[in-house]
Design a protein around this ligand. Structure first.
Ligand code: ADP
Ligand code: MG
Length: 291
C-alpha cells in the first residue's frame, strides 16, 4: 500500500528547493516517515563535506568465485576462476572506483558485494561482523549496467514506488531533482526514456530505498556525451552523502572524482598507482584538447 499525496501524480514534478540536503547533517537510521525539516532521502551518516572516514563499512574476505560455473557446470576445470581470493575493504563515505577490462569480473564482484550473488568461497563483513548475503541487500542500492532490463513499471511513477510501503511526495521530488529528472512526466513509460534518463531513473529508484552504499555498474556506458556530463554532475552531488562504489571499464571522467581506484586483474583486486591515474588523466586532457 503506497502512502501518496495526490498532487504528486501530476504530469511533471514541481520544482522545489532541494539543495538544502547539501548542508545538512545526516543520521544513521532512516525514519519511517521523514520530518520535512530535518531529514532528507540522503540518510547518510556522514557529515556533509567531511573527509572520508577510515571506518570499514563492508569487507570482502577471501572471496573466490567462478561466474561461469553457475551455468556450465563442468567446462571450467583447470581454468582460472573469475575471482580468486579477493580481499577488499569499502570505507564509509568513500567514492571507490573499481576498474578492469571487460570480463575481468567487475560485475560478478559487485553482485557479490551487493548480496545478490553468493560467492563460492569467502564471506562478507558489515562493520567488522560477518554477514549473510541476504542481509546485505536491504542496506545497499545497485544500478545495473542495463537498468532498463529490470524495469517493470508502466510509468515512471510506478517504477519509483514499486515495492515501497511509504513514499513521501517530497522524497520523490528530491530524488528526481537530485538525479536531474524533474522535467520528465511521471506518467511516461520508463521504456520511452533515453539511455541516460533510464540510468538516472534507476538511480532515483535506489535513492528512495535509502541505501547506505550505492553500487553503480558501468554507469556511463551506452550514454551519450550530454547525458554523461549530466550523470557525472549527479555523482558529484551524491559524493559524501553515501558510500559510492562505481565499476567501469571506461573510467576516464571518473578518476578525478574517486577517493581510491582499484583494478580487477587476473581475478584479483590491486591498487592502481597514483602515477598511472595521473598519466591517464593527462592523456585524457591532451585528447580533449585535440592532440
Ligand atoms: N551468468 C554468467 N554465465 C556465464 N558466465 C558468466 C556469467 N556472468 C559472468 N560470466 C563470466 O564471468 C567472467 C566475468 O564477467 P563479469 O563479472 O561480467 O565481468 P565484467 O563486469 O568485468 O565485464 C566473464 O568471463 C564472463 O563471461
Ligand atoms: Mg560488467
Amino acid at each position: 500500500m503506497f502512502f501518496i499525496v495526490s498532487n504528486i501524480v501530476e504530469h511533471s514534478v514541481p520544482r522545489v528547493g532541494c539543495s538544502s540536503f547539501l548542508s545538512r547533517k545526516y543520521i544513521q537510521s532512516p525514519p519511517k516517515k521523514r520530518c520535512p525539516v530535518l531529514a532528507s532521502i540522503f540518510q547518510s551518516f556522514f557529515p556533509a563535506e567531511s573527509n572520508t572516514s577510515k571506518v570499514v563499512q563492508l569487507e570482502a574476505c577471501n572471496i573466490s568465485h567462478d561466474a561461469q560455473q553457475a551455468v556450465f557446470v563442468d567446462n571450467m576445470a583447470g581454468e582460472a576462476r573469475t575471482l580468486e581470493n579477493v580481499n577488499l575493504e569499502i570505507l564509509e563515505g568513500e567514492f571507490l572506483l573499481l576498474i578492469g577490462e571487460n570480463g575481468s569480473g567487475k560485475s560478478s564482484l559487485l553482485n557479490i558485494l551487493a548480496g545478490l550473488d553468493v560467492p563460492d568461497q569467502g564471506y562478507l563483513k558489515w562493520y567488522g561482523k560477518k554477514i549473510k548475503s541476504a542481509d546485505i541487500v536491504s542496506r545497499i542500492g545497485i544500478v545495473f549496467q542495463f537498468p532498463e532490463k529490470a524495469f517493470v513499471g508502466d510509468s515512471v511513477f510506478e517504477e519509483l514506488t514499486l515495492g515501497l510501503e511509504h513514499v513521501l511526495p517530497e522524497d520523490i521530488e528530491e530524488a528526481l531533482d537530485v538525479c536531474a529528472l524533474n522535467n520528465i512526466s511521471l506518467t511516461t513509460s520508463p521504456f520511452l526514456l533515453s539511455g541516460g534518463q533510464q540510468k538516472k531513473l534507476a538511480l532515483a529508484c535506489q535513492l528512495l530505498r535509502f541505501p547506505l552504499i550505492l553500487f553503480l555498474d558501468e554507469p556511463l556506458s551506452g550514454v551519450d556525451h550530454f547525458s554523461r556530463d549530466s550523470l557525472i554532475k549527479v555523482f558529484d552531488k551524491l559524493k559524501r552523502k553515501m558510500t559510492i562504489v562505481v565499476v567501469s571499464h571506461e573510467p576516464a571522467e571518473l578518476f578525478s572524482r574517486a577517493d581510491r581506484v582499484l583494478q580487477l586483474f587476473g581475478g584479483q583486486v590491486r591498487q592502481v598507482p597514483e602515477s598511472v591515474i595521473q598519466k591517464a588523466m593527462e592523456w585524457r586532457r591532451l585528447k580533449q584538447n585535440g592532440f
